[in-house]
Design a protein. Structure first.
Ligand code: NAP
Length: 539
């Protein structure tokens, strides 16, 4: 490429950052118009990933897809997490799909109801209702080699077939509640932050919060205003940075809504500002050392007899755990009716929590902010691929997928927000858009080739995984801190270890040799819609 062409390509990249890949829709539309039958596609989950996949298929003229959602609504994590103060820590104007931007966000960091409303509006505005089946949980999936299709079984025993399966289950959908001895005997109320009990009134109660991460940092300041005594059981300390949040002024909203180039430029500026923060994620970064030093000096000034420095100052590099943002965290910790306990919990009794140091804390309610089963990707879904390969067994040492999307031995199965695609520094919706574009281009290839199955090769997977292991070992996530980015063996299975723009470039490259296309078998019936055994096509 000439210097000028390369420069222009960088300019295009700069201005379109935050957008997904967009090369295949016209090609697919032409094929569909010419009578090429698209595959029958089952999308699992109606969260951000599932909806993005559906919208981008629809955009390419494909309507042979159904989204199976176990709950009765869309929005995934933004539907599940309704705890007080739930909000996104990515600025609103970057937290929407580039092809369906929301231009009238009410504040810089939107709260959960507004984000959920955005995802619900996508369904209404794009007519996705006929493609959604609610209350359907897929329990298992088995690849049928002869039929070149997946046989899905729901939790109620219904059987469904599809040629392509796209999982939009993501990384943070199954709440983790620690197996604390005595919890079953607790006579008060307990619940997880992702299953907030809105019927339960915390006013005037003695409340324990177990686990202090991204969720707790948001709900603790809210509930502290109403509880009588709040005890925070904090095992690991977080870096909490200021949150530059405020409502947009009416003229700002007007301009961003009515002047599209301004909205796009604003979005791109947020993307690049956040992108620069990846520098912090590199092991041994000078910026990280500087931040650790400054943060330690500033925050330790808040320490007192009531609030020891060890409860305030992390002993690991910034970014090893997610860096949190809030303006009301430290003021909340300084309240006289809030206490941070750093000892581990030994057990729970009928009316109290007992620490390993023998201290008994009487409580009425326990709220678990203990995160999710983040490294057990796709679990408890049982997936059996080619030659009876069980995905849980393949992933026994840690989940891995080529580009986070495909696994050898599991043809026509694609993952969204899969292994090594989480970010500690930028928007996940950006990553999802890249994956959706990539999967759509694989589907285009499959249609063009008349292929019945498409599968990543073992060699491509092995080379990619070696690269991931090497790259993650050079990040702060591999350091000695506890985080949901790594599995029990310490392998970083969740995060993409580079700038997100590099992920985008990577997915835009052709990966022809890395994927094997198997011709469609004679006798396959490409005209069928998604089928349910013995029932009408699910629509
Ligand atoms: P989390 O960050 O994984 O935090 C869970 C906390 O629970 C950790 O501090 C962990 O401590 C603690 N914990 C686990 N088991 C425990 C036990 N047995 N006893 C005591 N403490 C225990 O979970 P989260 O706060 O739900 O957030 C998860 C992720 O969701 C975030 O990182 C983020 O990606 C996403 N999220 C995003 C936003 C947003 O604004 N975009 C908001 C909320 C959540 P150890 O680390 O010591 O194990």
């Amino acid at each position: 490429m000439s210097d000028t062409a390369s420069f222009m390509s960088r300019i295009r990249e700069w201005s379109s950052a935050g957008e997904g890949t967009g090369e295949s829709p016209a090609r697919i539309r032409r094929m569909v118009a010419a009578g090429v039958q698209p595959p029958r596609i089952a999308i699992l989950g109606a969260g951000a990933g599932g909806l993005c996949m559906a919208l981008q298929l629809q955009d390419a003229g494909i309507d042979t897809f159904t989204i199976y959602e176990k709950s009765d609504g869309v929005g995934g994590t933004w539907r599940d997490n309704t705890y007080p103060g739930a909000a996104c820590d990515v600025p609103s104007h970057l937290y929407s799909f580039s092809f369906a931007p929301k231009t009238d966000w009410s504040r810089k960091f939107a709260e959960q109801p507004e984000i959920l409303d955005y995802f619900e509006s996508l369904v209404r505005d794009h007519g996705l209702e006929p493609h959604l089946r609610f209350g359907v949980e897929i329990a298992s999936a088995r690849w049928d080699e002869d039929g070149q299709e997946w046989e899905l079984t729901t939790s109620t025993g219904e059987r469904i077939t599809a040629e392509v399966v796209v999982s939009g289950l993501g990384q943070l959908n199954r709440p983790h509640v620690p197996d604390l001895p005595g919890l079953d005997d607790f006579e008060g109320t307990w619940f997880h932050s992702a299953r907030w009990d809105h019927e339960h009134d915390l006013r005037g109660e003695r409340v324990a919060v177990v686990g202090i991460g991204a969720s707790a940092i948001q709900f603790v300041p809210r509930i502290a205003k109403v509880t009588r005594q709040l005890t925070l059981f904090q095992r690991s300390v977080n870096y909490v940075a200021p949150k530059p949040d405020r409502r947009f002024r009416s003229w700002e909203r007007w301009l961003l809504d009515r002047v599209p180039p301004l909205q796009r430029a604003y979005r791109a500026s947020i993307y690049w500002r956040f992108e620069a923060r990846f520098q912090l994620m590199r092991k041994g970064s000078r910026l990280g050392a500087l931040m650790q030093d400054r943060f330690g000096k500033e925050i330790s000034k808040l320490a007192s007899e009531h609030l020891p420095a060890e409860a305030l100052v992390p002993d690991y590099s910034p970014g090893c755990r997610r860096i949190l943002i809030a303006n009301d965290w430290y003021p909340t910790l300084l309240r006289p009716d809030v206490e941070v306990v750093t000892e581990e919990i030994e057990r729970v009794t009928e009316h109290s929590v007992i620490t390993t140091g023998g201290r008994e804390v009487p409580v009425d309610t326990i709220v678990f902010g203990t995160g999710f089963h983040s490294t057990e990707f796709l679990s408890p879904l049982r997936i059996t691929g080619r030659a009876g390969r069980d995905l849980n067994e393949v992933w026994a040492q840690g989940a891995e997928a080529h580009l986070g999307v495909a696994v050898p031995g599991f043809p026509n199965l694609f993952l969204l927000y899969g292994p090594n695609t989480n970010l500690g520094h930028n928007s996940i919706l950006f990553m999802i858009e890249q994956q959706v574009g990539f999967i759509r281009s694989l589907i285009a290839e499959q249609m063009a080739e008349g292929a019945g199955a498409i599968e990543v090769t073992d060699a491509a997977m092995a080379a990619y995984e070696a690269e991931m292991l090497d790259a993650t070992s050079r990040t702060v996530w591999a350091e000695d801190c506890s985080s949901w980015y790594k599995n029990e063996a310490g392998r970083v299975t969740n995060n993409w270890p580079d700038y997100s723009i590099k992920y985008r470039r990577r997915l835009r490259r052709r990966h022809r040799g890395d994927y094997r296309f198997t011709p469609a078998r004679r006798g396959a019936e490409p005209e069928r819609p998604l089928t349910t055994s013995g029932a009408a096509p699910p629509r």
